[in-house]
Design a protein around this ligand. Structure first.
Ligand SMILES: NC(=O)C1=CN([C@@H]2O[C@H](COP(=O)(O)OP(=O)(O)OC[C@H]3O[C@@H](n4cnc5c(N)ncnc54)[C@H](OP(=O)(O)O)[C@@H]3O)[C@@H](O)[C@H]2O)C=CC1
Ligand SMILES: CC1=C(/C=C/C(C)=C/C=C/C(C)=C/C=O)C(C)(C)CCC1
Length: 321
């Protein structure tokens, strides 16, 4: 009987493998999701992308550079950034890409970055808040913020605050906030925003991605009439370095990689929101697979969005009306 079970298991694995191989092209096509079909050129436009040295950010940078934009890649590790820029130039010799140092886990770095940027770059048409950290062990940023909240939300909040004047002067301009489907599982824990009482790395990530959705909606409302639009994005489930802090997720993502998006596929919705002509006046919306997407009720609450805005300003020591 034991031998029979072994045979059944081997046959089962064989059948599953065969089916997977047979349907691999279909599975891949389905997993890839929607591609951005717009042919818009970006000659003469300046784009800033955070976390552009790898993953979705790097692929977004390559695509926008191919469209003729000057792409500024804001990276915390400029060596990694230069390697990414070199690989973009190898694919697109005419690419105007440059690397600048930005550590979103340090408000001094964000302020220094913005100061130099405003001195040296005189226009900004597209800002893509892409950088992110997921499920890291409990860590604080230089300013004492919990890492997910500090980098994914507060760091980008401060960066956008410092650059919004330039975006307005360069209008029409767009801001793309890379959030996630994970916002569905998040709650803004105003009583313990920095998880000092209790910490769960998954929930901390979800909270920060919900903060991204709320920030995009509230900023869109405040920028109404300025010709600067803001939309948030879920890129899909993408096989990137994002899982680096979780061994289980890293193993699962590589084993099931055929079912996941590649970083290039994951960049499509960011590219769509940054370039699609039909979105020129669309603001405060959430997109996935280059289409409008569902937002969880907690991501649609104007009250929570306003409260988060006020708390974020307070924590960063800024006034932003
Ligand atoms: N991959 C996925 O399945 C999904 C991703 N997303 C979102 O997409 C975005 C991009 O993720 P993805 O490309 O997958 O992940 P990667 O880990 O490949 O890229 C993340 C980028 O963020 C940068 N980064 C992290 N911390 C900081 C910091 N303190 N200062 C500046 N840059 C920083 C990283 O730099 P470095 O390499 O130096 O660490 C890297 O360039 C994230 O916001 C993520 O939340 C949303 C849903 C699903
Ligand atoms: C359940 C399951 C999977 C799906 C995981 C998903 C859907 C992860 C989504 C992550 C997100 C959205 C991260 C960033 O924001 C895998 C890996 C295919 C392996 C098989 C089990």
């Amino acid at each position: 009987i034991a031998q029979m079970w072994v045979l059944v298991i081997i046959a089962g694995i064989g059948v599953v493998t065969l089916l997977l191989l047979l349907f691999a092209p279909h599975i891949r096509r389905y997993a890839a999701g929607a591609a951005c079909r717009t042919a818009s050129r970006l000659d003469g436009k300046t784009v800033l992308i955070t976390g552009a040295n790898t993953g979705i950010g790097k692929e977004t940078a390559l695509d926008l550079a191919l469209r003729g934009a000057r792409v500024i890649m804001a990276c915390r590790d400029t060596e990694k950034g230069e390697e990414a820029a070199a690989s973009i130039r190898a694919e697109c010799p005419k690419a105007q890409v440059e690397v600048r140092e930005l550590d979103l886990a340090d408000t001094c770095s964000i302020r220094a970055f913005a100061q130099k940027f405003l001195r040296e770059v005189h226009q900004l048409h597209i800002l893509i808040n892409n950088a992110g950290v997921m499920m890291c062990p409990y860590t604080k940023t230089v300013d004492g913020f919990e890492m997910h909240m500090g980098v994914n939300h507060l760091g980008h909040f401060l960066l956008t605050y410092l650059l919004v004047g330039l975006l307005k002067r360069s209008a029409p301009a767009r801001i793309v906030v890379v959030s996630s489907l994970a916002h569905n599982f998040g709650w803004i824990r105003f009583h313990d925003l920095h998880s000092q009482g209790s910490y769960n790395s998954g929930l901390a990530y979800c909270q920060s991605k919900l903060a991204n959705v709320l920030f995009a909606r509230e900023l869109a409302r405040r920028l109404n009439g300025t010709d600067v639009t803001v939309n948030s994005v879920h890129p899909g489930t993408v096989n990137s370095d994002l899982t680096r802090h979780s061994t289980i997720m890293t193993i699962l993502f590589s084993v099931f990689s055929v079912f996941l998006k590649t970083p290039r596929e994951g960049a499509q919705t960011s590219i769509y929101c940054a370039t699609a002509e039909e979105l020129h006046s669309i603001s405060g919306k959430h997109f996935s697979d280059c289409s409008p997407a569902f937002v969880a009720p907690q991501g649609r609450s104007s009250e929570t969005a306003r409260k988060l805005w006020d708390v974020s300003c307070e924590q960063l020591g800024i006034e932003w009306d």
